[in-house]
Design a protein around this ligand. Structure first.
Ligand code: PDD
Length: 287
């Protein structure tokens, strides 16, 4: 079956999909993106993701390439063409194609819009055995709240983790605190059962999965505190886990080679994953 990508107004064979060499995303990382999870044909938290895309665009003064309604249509059409039931939708908007100059183009350019999909195994309520994470200095810029395609520090941190047998990198700031993962938010459960995740500000991305999980914690009457936590505190935690559109809620059982608690998946992360999968499965089906 042909796999399609959407590139600036056209649905094209994924293998043939191209952007111009002077696309500012390609040359200057002058663009933003979103990743939306799809489970059983349902988009997970579509509105929140598109709201965040809107915010990223506004922060960088890139205009919308198509209307919001049109983007909703393109997403659905690509899902239909690619028979996407479980997986991800990737969407990227760059400032467009212009002769290379760091400053914004002076002539009006149309922002470039690209969408792709990826099929994955259907996310299970069972979290599996958990993952290992590896700490890495957070060397990113001061606007990590914007979801830009400028991801080189994240790429290098993730690669260092993978070369050390870990799935994810946990980024450590100048105070020795965990900001977030290379592509996920970071959480711990303390000895007295309190859930902790770093507060959102310009230092991290306000994850949509994180936001939804906050609401679920509220419904489940779990105590959640948003504050910085150190790498040392994380290593002594009862439990740890990550959240993202791709990982849902995934337990962390090892940090820098040291087991978290007894190295087994804990009850809080297990419960939250079950609840999140239930939430994802209950979304509006895409027609
Ligand atoms: N990453 N922090 C960072 C730095 C991220 O890149 C992501 C998402 C998250 C979690 O956000 P959300 O819950 O909205 O997915 C946190 C996506 C999945 C990616 O880059 O592939």
């Amino acid at each position: 079956m042909a796999r399609y990508a959407y590139v600036n107004g056209r649905y094209v064979d994924h293998r043939e999909a191209r952007v111009h060499i002077e696309d500012r995303g390609y040359q200057l990382a002058d663009g933003v993106y979103e990743v939306v999870g799809v489970r059983d044909g349902r988009l997970i938290d579509e509105t929140l993701h598109i709201d965040r895309l809107d915010r990223s665009l506004r922060e960088l003064r890139i205009s919308w390439p198509v209307s919001r309604a049109a983007l909703g249509f393109i997403i659905r059409e690509l899902m239909r063409r690619n028979r996407l039931r479980d997986g991800l939708i990737y969407m990227q908007v760059t400032r467009g194609v212009a002769r290379r100059d760091h400053a914004f183009p002076t002539l009006p350019v149309r922002p470039a819009l690209v969408l792709t999909t990826k099929n994955t195994k259907r996310a299970d309520a069972d979290p599996g055995p958990g993952i290992a994470v590896k700490s890495h200095p957070d060397i990113r810029w001061g606007r990590c709240d914007i979801k830009t395609v400028a991801l080189l520090p994240n790429v290098l941190a993730k690669q260092a983790a993978r070369e050390n047998g870990a799935y994810e990198a946990w980024l450590i700031d100048a105070d020795g605190c965990v900001t977030e993962g290379a592509s996920t938010n970071a959480w711990i459960v303390t000895a007295d059962g309190e859930l902790v995740t770093r507060q959102t500000d310009k230092g991290i991305l306000a994850g949509i999965t994180r936001q939804t999980l906050k609401s679920l914690c509220n419904v489940l009457q779990l105590k959640l505190v948003e504050r910085p936590f150190s790498l040392g505190e994380a290593k002594l935690a009862q439990e740890a886990f990550i959240t993202s559109a791709t990982s849902f809620v995934t337990p962390v059982v090892k940090i820098d080679g040291e087991t978290v608690n007894d190295g087994r998946v804990g009850p809080v992360a297990r419960r939250l994953r079950e609840e999140y999968v239930r939430f994802a499965a209950a979304g509006e089906p895409v027609t």
